[in-house]
Write a protein that binds this ligand. Sequence first.
Ligand code: UDP
Ligand code: MG
Length: 151
Amino acid sequence: MAIEQTLILIKPDGAARRLTGLTIDRLDSTGLEMVAAKMVSVSEKLAREHYKALSDKPFFEGLIKYIRGEFHGIKDHRILALVYRGENAIKAVRAIAGATNPEQAAAGTIRGSFGRITTAGQFENVIHASSDPADAAREVALWFKKEEILP
Ligand code: UDP
Ligand code: MG
């Protein structure tokens, strides 16, 4: 069993629909440890860097607007970023998050219960969670300085 770190973002739909507390409660229930937390004003540059692997997708420009809170009236583009650490943290958090497509996400997962697909086709799925060890390492380093993460 590997001790992993994983990045979680409460996406703008999650914040706007008051799902921050519920999300943290679900994360706590995994038994993983919260080792970093901060509100981040998501610049255009940070959004594009975070999602750079998807830059050729048709939904990319909408995704950048979505993560910056432009569809949910988020003040100053601010979202909550978290790092959780523990055994198999990446899979454990993906499991409570549910599948990317909210229509395919299992009942009872965060995305299955609270996600939606907008009429414009955007998946609004409440949280971001790193998908594999390489992504997790890249994303944690992108959103947090070393000294902001508990040892
Ligand atoms: N997304 C979308 N339409 C798609 C696929 C993805 O709107 O067909 C959005 C969705 O918000 C998703 C994000 O792009 O969470 C990143 O996509 P990825 O495939 O990395 O899914 P995730 O890792 O978030 O489950
Ligand atoms: Mg992903």
